[in-house]
Design a protein around this ligand. Structure first.
Ligand code: CUA
Length: 169
């Protein structure tokens, strides 16, 4: 999927660039002064180079966790409902990919996990009729906070719980 989007994007960008180059050529056939012509060509060349560099740099692989295949390693079941989170296993291992299987008992919620400093690490939608899966490797011990990132009713802001990573071992 990602390679298809990348290929389509590159083809469309090449077509757009060709159209612009054509327009530039056509407009350059007047009697503008040699200096202005040269500066304009240089400016366009610089813009093209900047565009290519920015495009290539921004087309790195999407930061989606690989979802396909069998679940390997520890599994944590997550249940969301109005308005609580239930997590089986308050102690989550450190240094190995942990797979969260999340489902809802009512409406759609957003299972979001924040690190001990309160920065969001990952989130997955929790939708009726599905068990949504997300894997994450925690590289630091600590207390991680679970929040809801999808408005789900009056006490949406109260859907908070915690779990601990590492610790003993
Ligand atoms: Cu659950 Cu917002």
């Amino acid at each position: 999927m990602q390679m298809t989007v990348l290929a389509i994007s590159l083809v469309l960008m090449a077509a757009l660039a060709a159209a612009f180059l054509g327009a530039v050529r056509a407009s350059g056939s007047g009697e503008a002064s040699e200096g202005a012509e040269g500066r304009r060509s240089l400016l366009i060349l610089v813009m093209i180079l900047v565009g290519v560099v920015v495009t290539v740099a921004s087309l790195r692989p999407w930061p989606h966790v690989a979802q396909a295949g069998e679940v390997a390693g520890p599994v944590v079941n997550v249940s969301g409902g109005q308005w609580y989170w239930e997590i089986d296993g308050e102690q989550v291992p450190q240094g190995v990919p942990v797979t969260f299987l999340a489902h809802t008992t009512d409406v759609t919620h957003g299972f979001g996990v924040m690190d001990p400093e309160g920065r969001i690490l990952f989130q997955v939608q929790v939708m009726p009729g599905y068990v949504n899966r997300v894997a994450f490797t925690f590289d630091r011990p600590g207390t991680y906070r679970v929040v809801c990132l999808e408005y789900c009713g009056v006490a949406h802001h109260d859907m908070i719980t915690e779990f601990t990573v590492g610790g003993e071992a």
